[in-house]
Design a protein around this ligand. Structure first.
Ligand code: FAD
Length: 388
């Protein structure tokens, strides 16, 4: 097995890291202090990301993206992940790859403009009564007339919808029927956010990822055409499942970047901060923390890259991706906590990025499938073959 990076991968890592350090780090303090990513600043970073070729780099070449394989894309996500989330995600958007499931007409209207930096997407599955259990959702789309050409009327409420306040359209999942077992059948729709009946309200204040907003979407008799259906009617659960694999790898990769940053600061501090007449890193109580942090980070990185490599081979399972997401998010919780411990009181002060990385780490075990849901996926993959 070759664990080395190709020249192209090394160059992508270097270019992305240089961009993060030059264009994103200098604005972290402002976003943390104000809790807002100014629209002008976001627009300025997007323009620079477009010029640098980093914008929408998750997309295949044939739709205008960078055409990275999954391993290289994970390396790129890891570098972006070093910076504050609002800056790295809203400044350098990566459109949902679920948009690749669209017809050519839908691609023209939604996907290509996202890749060119002209439109922004958001994705709405979660509802107040339906988080982990997607099929419990109440947002319902019903046919607006007879026949397959009939449009749809959508009613319901979504919450926790990331950056919907700056998006142009939403990839929305709604109930459109029930299967023979009575389980909800879901369908995915592409809906412009200025469609009459659709309103976007401010969501909740969040301890993690300041400046990265979440919204509540109210849909009150929102009428869309038959051409708003993304993929097949009744196959929204399966389509979301395909998309979730990539976002889970993205979450894992961005945790690696932040953990590496926290570890780097901790090693530096342990080597230079002196107490009792010697660098604190010489105390086993501190040195062993560094050893554990580095070991956990290496394990999470190898698991994430392995899942990405399997994805490139077409052999990745849901459990492979769940393990990577579980390990990387739980690793970041440990690493960011120990980084603060090693820095003592200064670790909690906002002069350093550590208290932010520690706060930001918390959400990673919740969104895109909680740690319990990842464990559920992994355990089912072990037990199902035995009929249990
Ligand atoms: C800031 C933020 C942004 C978000 N952005 C988006 C977005 O853009 N679009 C979107 O659609 N969603 C988004 N989400 C939603 C996110 O994906 C959900 O919060 C997540 O899936 C968990 O759902 P929940 O919060 O309703 O928790 P619940 O599903 O209610 O879970 C509560 C607890 O029960 C546990 N639990 C539930 N089911 C099981 C089970 N079967 N086995 C064991 N334990 C279980 C969970 O692990 C958790 O500990 C966002 C969330 C946040 C916080």
């Amino acid at each position: 097995m070759d664990f080395g990076l190709t020249d192209e991968q090394r160059s992508i890592v270097e270019v992305t890291r240089a961009f993060v350090e030059r264009e994103l780090y200098p604005h972290e303090e402002e976003v943390e202090r104000t809790g807002v990513l100014r629209p002008e600043l976001a627009a300025e970073i997007r323009t620079k990301a477009l010029t640098a070729g980093l914008y929408a780099a998750n997309m295949p070449e044939e739709v205008g993206g960078a055409g990275l394989d999954t391993v290289t894309w994970v390396l790129y996500e890891k570098e972006l992940g070093r910076a504050g989330y609002a800056l790295q995600y809203c400044g350098v958007p990566r459109p949902s790859n679920i948009l690749l499931a669209g017809t050519e007409e839908q691609r023209e209207r939604y996907l290509y403009p996202c890749v060119r930096g002209e439109r922004i997407d958001c994705l709405a599955m979660t509802e107040p009564g339906a988080g982990s259990d997607m099929r419990a959702m109440r947002t319902r789309a019903t046919r607006d007339g007879a026949g397959d050409d009939a449009g749809w009327v959508i009613r319901g409420t979504k919450h926790f919808i990331s950056h919907a306040d700056e998006a142009d359209f939403v990839i929305l999942v709604a109930v459109t029927g029930a299967d023979d077992a009575g389980r909800a059948e879901l369908t995915t729709f592409l809906v412009d956010l200025d469609t009459p009946g659709l309103s976007v309200h401010d969501g909740y204040r969040n301890v993690s990822h300041r400046g990265y907003t979440n919204s509540i979407l109210d849909l009150d008799d929102v009428r869309v055409g038959a051409d708003a259906v993304l993929g097949e009617v009744g196959k929204g659960f399966e389509l979301s499942g395909q998309w979730l694999g990539s976002t889970r790898l993205q979450v894992a990769a961005s945790c690696l970047g932040r953990a590496e940053r926290a570890l780097g600061l901790s090693v530096q501090h342990a080597a230079t901060r002196e107490q009792f007449g010697q660098p604190i890193g010489r105390f086993q109580g501190v040195g062993f923390k560094l050893a554990d942090m580095a070991t956990e980070l290496r394990a999470a990185e190898l698991m994430t890259l392995h899942a990405a490599w399997k994805h490139d081979q077409g052999t990745a399972t849901d459990a492979d991706i769940a393990m990577a997401k579980l390990k990387a998010t739980e690793m970041l919780a440990l690493v960011s906590d120990e980084a603060i411990q090693i820095h003592g009181g200064m670790g909690l002060m906002d002069e350093l990025p550590l208290e932010r990385i520690w706060r930001d780490a918390r959400i990673e075990r919740i969104w895109d499938g909680t740690s319990e849901i990842q464990r559920h996926i992994i355990s089912r993959s072990l037990l199902r073959p035995l009929g249990a």
